[in-house]
Design a protein around this ligand. Sequence first.
Ligand SMILES: C[S@@+](CC[C@H](N)C(=O)[O-])C[C@H]1O[C@@H](n2cnc3c(N)ncnc32)[C@H](O)[C@@H]1O
Length: 238
Amino acid sequence: MSDVTTAEYNEDGKYLRKVRSFVLREGRLTKGQQAAFDQHWHQLGLDYSAEAIDFEAIFGNSNPVVLEIGFGMGKSLVEMAKAAPEKNFIGIEVHKPGVGACIMEAAELGLTNLRLYHHDAIEVLDNAIKQGSLSCVQLFFPDPWHKKRHHKRRIVQAEFAERIRKILAVGGVLHMATDWENYAEHMTEVMAVAPGYENLAKGSDYVERPQHRPLTKFEQRGHNLGHLVWDLMYQKVD
Ligand SMILES: C[S@@+](CC[C@H](N)C(=O)[O-])C[C@H]1O[C@@H](n2cnc3c(N)ncnc32)[C@H](O)[C@@H]1O
């Protein structure tokens, strides 16, 4: 299993500090999560390396591939993979207990169309995914980084839109959801000027939650607090 990030150094060997979209707070794994790693990582896990992976070799078919960034505990990702055996799913998450929980559920269901990275999504997107290869990228309830001085940590930025555009196939979709209005607005502002995309929403910036996106734990919590949720879908046109 790889570390979640790969350190970067400049020409003089000085460590370069990057602005990241997460802060690692590694809670302990439950016994079940640890056992899931021990028993099933070799089937379900993808060890990060800076080389493009071969989807057909991994899944044994050429079905469309959906990639999810920051799947949390993986409940909705597992549900989606179970509901759509005609697609393949790749999940990326830095929080180890979440990866363990997701492996546990996927193994219990015997899913063969799901693989997981325990790594920084940005490095995976930049180095391990072939250009033009994905049918969908999902980003559900990314950390909102509420304070203005932390907004630079938000994963959705102009560079993010461009990195996703590179790995989506033409016709592929970037699907985001958030329950934080200011982040939803930020997403629409970034995407409005991002080249090569068309907003799939008609008459507003947002789409209805599509049936295929299950309610996540975070969303359920938001609902209970009376929060609204915004879904955004942008198709790569160029
Ligand atoms: C607010 S949680 C939402 C989790 C899940 N999508 C849900 O809706 O329940 C955001 C998740 O994104 C993960 N995350 C943030 N930045 C990441 C990155 N660069 N690579 C991988 N995971 C990341 C965090 O560890 C966290 O689990």
